[in-house]
Design a protein around this ligand. Structure first.
Ligand code: CDP
Length: 229
């Protein structure tokens, strides 16, 4: 494990479409520190499995595939990026086959150990904002700041639906809602590192809030701390 005791870590956890991704990215930009989307690593592994025709419910096959995968991490414009076997997976990470299978990959304990190690190593690059499901609870339990963003299920389905319309030009609200619910259930009931409010995390319900309001709250708190230390 890397030595990250001197680093400022802002951990942002929460369920899908809680506003986490946009808020984390914007907050990192405002604070001029690195942004890490931990879900991208789980999605990357899922992409590789889908491409190789490996059943994501076959843990042994997924672990075998993971062990022969070559990951390279680097920073671009203060955002953590990676290649998988020398390919940039970015364009595939939010595709439908990945979206529908990622939660099944993320229940595999060996996959989680591997990803948690990689995520901890990113602190070697410097101060960071990291978003995910287990950042304040497992990856960085001693994070300087811990937030848990949430929103009502209807609001989350509306937001994800809007995103899908923008990226794919189609999407059915009912289907989005049931897909979110399915992923929520798998994420919060899994044995290893289930989605939970990390000890000491500040909960922000973003339902009636704009992205800017949430970002401002986080940036103000972190900035106030930075001027004190
Ligand atoms: O954008 P959205 O919140 O829907 O998804 P994401 O953050 O990219 O995460 C996709 C999936 O990866 C989640 O549903 C979890 O199953 C898994 N994940 C996880 O288990 N732990 C993390 N730290 C991040 C993601």
């Amino acid at each position: 494990m890397s030595n990250n005791t001197a680093k400022m870590i802002v951990a942002i956890d929460g369920p899908s479409a809680s506003g986490k991704s946009t808020v984390s990215r914007e907050a990192a930009k405002n604070l001029k520190i690195m942004y890490v989307d931990s879900g991208a690593l789980y999605r990357g592994m899922t992409w590789k499995a889908v491409r190789e025709g490996v059943d994501v419910k076959d843990a042994e096959a997924v672990i075998g595939l993971m062990n022969e995968t070559n990951w390279d991490f680097f920073i671009e414009d203060l955002v953590l990026k990676f290649t998988i076997d020398d390919e940039d997976p970015t364009d595939h990470l939010r595709s439908e086959p990945v979206r529908e299978r990622v939660a099944d990959i993320a229940v595999i304990p060996e996959v989680r150990v591997f990803m948690v190690d990689r995520l901890r190593e990113t602190a070697d690059f410097g101060d960071l904002v990291m978003e995910g499901r287990d950042i304040g609870s497992v990856v960085f339990p001693d994070a300087t700041f811990k937030y848990y963003l949430d929103a009502d299920p209807e609001e989350r389905a509306r937001r994800r639906h809007k995103e899908l319309l923008a990226t794919e030009g189609k999407g059915d609200v009912e289907q989005v809602m049931s897909s979110l619910k399915r992923r929520d259930t798998i994420d919060s009931t899994r044995k290893t590192a289930p989605l939970q409010i990390p000890l000491g995390a500040k909960v922000i319900n973003t339902t009636g809030m704009t992205i800017e309001e949430v970002v401002d709250q986080i940036v103000d708190e972190v900035d106030a701390y930075r001027t004190r230390v």
